[in-house]
Structures are given as structure tokens and as C-alpha cells.
Write a protein that binds this ligand. Structure first.
Ligand SMILES: N[C@@H](CCC(=O)N[C@@H](CS)C(=O)NCC(=O)O)C(=O)O
Length: 238
């Protein structure tokens, strides 16, 4: 049986979960990996990140790679295009969600809990997000879906990316750029009514609440310190 190592608040995992829900795949177990963030996890998974697809012990990292693999193994219903050109467009918009939005947001998110925020990092990465929301505004579908008038891999990448922008950018002192980008704002309002997007967003919000509670209680700082100490010890042993 296939297993997806995932976490509620992980936007990259959310992208694959939304694809699994939209395709109606029911034979992939979704679970949080044991030892996530600890040296033992990085020992087993060189990149050290989730999602990871476990194919009978063969570990496949990287959300985009997993997404394409799932399209090949479960071709129907397809979340790709009906022509090579449509598929290329879907992949372009999905890459905006991944590389230009999610990646910058993920790197930026540490600044929301930094006791002394690095304004240079916020300006650099936040500036990239604002610029690329404007780019997305010119490319995104105008009918409630990112591309092709139906749910595709582009929506699966954009939903967690826009969730992060809306919820994390204000915590580093920047305005959410979505309301100013009319087509993105209209898309964002519409896609949240899609059942697969709504299910994925509910998990992301559950993860965000859990994280905020851990931060409020001080447990998150302790977990981070324990992980840093374990990694330092593992480096010494190496
Ligand atoms: N390019 C990777 C990024 C995955 C990623 O950054 N995952 C985060 C959670 S959303 C993670 O596992 N971070 C752990 C770490 O940075 O040590 C993908 O597309 O899967």
C-alpha cells in the first residue's frame, strides 16, 4: 500500500493531499512521519522534508514529482490538460504556486516567530511574493479555476500558496497582496467553495491553530531547541 508522509500545516503536503482528494484515490494512507525534523528522519530521507511518498519502502520526495507520479499511476480523472499545450500551461501556473509563491512564503515564515526579525529577509522574500502575485493575476483563469475551467494540478499548488500568503504575510508586518490583485482575489473566493480545496484548507487551518497553540504555550520553542541540539550532536558524531 502507498503511504504519504504529510503534515496538516505543510503546504507542499497539502498540495498532494488535495490532488488525492480530487482524484478520489482511497488507497493511499496519509500520516505524519515518525521522527520528522530529527536526525533520524534526515538519515532516512536525505532532503529531510515532507511530503514523501512511500511506495512499499521506496521513498519518493518532492511534491511536484509525487504529483506527476500520481497522475501517471492514477490517470483518471486527469488533473492535467487535454493537450500538451494545456498541460504546459497548468504546469507553468503550478510552478508559480510552488517556486515563486510557496517557496518564498515557506522561507519567510520563520521570520514570523523570530524574536529579532531580519527586515532584509522580509523585504527580499516578501517583495518576491508581491511581485509574483501580480504575475499570477495576469495568468490565472477568470472562471473560478486556475486553468482550463476545471480543477487541475495548478489549483492544488495555488490553494496552499494563497493560504500561506493570506495567513503568514501579515505576521511578518506585510499587507496581504491578494485583495489588490482582482483576478487572484476572485479566484481565491471561488476556489474555497470547491469541496477538495475546502477539505484541504480545513486541514491547513487545523495545523495553523495547533502551531499557534504550541507557540503560545512555549512548547514550540522547546521542540525547536531540542531538534537543533539533536542535529548538532549528530553532526559531531558524523
Ligand atoms: N520542494 C519541496 C519542499 C518541501 C518542504 O519544504 N517541506 C517542508 C514542510 S512544508 C519541510 O518538510 N520542512 C522541513 C525542514 O525544512 O527541515 C517539495 O516540493 O516537496
Amino acid at each position: 500500500m502507498l503511504k504519504l508522509y504529510s503534515g496538516d500545516l505543510s503546504p507542499y503536503s497539502a498540495r498532494v493531499r488535495m490532488q488525492i482528494y480530487a482524484k478520489g484515490i482511497t488507497d493511499i494512507a496519509i500520516e505524519r512521519p515518525p521522527n520528522f525534523g530529527m536526525p533520524a528522519f534526515r538519515q532516512e530521507h536525505p532532503i529531510g522534508r515532507i511530503p514523501v511518498l512511500d511506495i512499499d519502502g521506496d521513498m519518493m520526495p518532492e511534491s511536484e514529482v509525487i504529483a506527476e507520479y500520481l497522475e501517471a499511476v492514477y490517470p483518471e480523472p486527469s488533473l492535467l490538460g487535454t493537450s500538451p499545450r494545456e498541460t504546459a500551461h497548468i504546469r507553468t501556473v503550478a510552478r508559480i504556486g510552488d517556486i515563486y509563491l510557496m517557496n518564498n512564503m515557506f522561507m519567510l515564515s520563520a521570520q514570523s516567530r523570530a524574536s529579532s526579525r531580519n527586515q532584509g529577509i522580509v523585504d527580499l522574500l516578501g517583495g518576491q511574493v508581491v511581485r509574483n502575485v501580480k504575475a499570477l493575476d495576469r495568468m490565472i483563469g477568470r472562471d473560478g479555476f486556475a486553468c482550463c475551467g476545471r480543477l487541475t494540478l495548478a489549483d492544488c499548488a495555488l490553494v496552499p500558496a494563497l493560504f500561506l500568503i493570506q495567513n503568514v504575510l501579515p505576521t511578518v508586518g506585510m499587507d496581504d497582496p491578494i485583495p489588490k490583485a482582482g483576478h487572484v482575489a476572485a479566484y481565491w473566493a471561488a476556489i474555497q467553495t470547491n469541496e477538495h480545496a475546502a477539505r484541504t484548507l480545513a486541514e491547513l487551518y487545523r495545523g495553523l491553530e495547533e502551531r499557534r497553540e504550541l507557540i503560545r504555550s512555549g512548547a514550540f520553542e522547546k521542540m525547536m531547541a531540542a531538534a537543533a541540539a539533536a542535529h548538532a550532536e549528530a553532526e559531531k558524531q558524523a
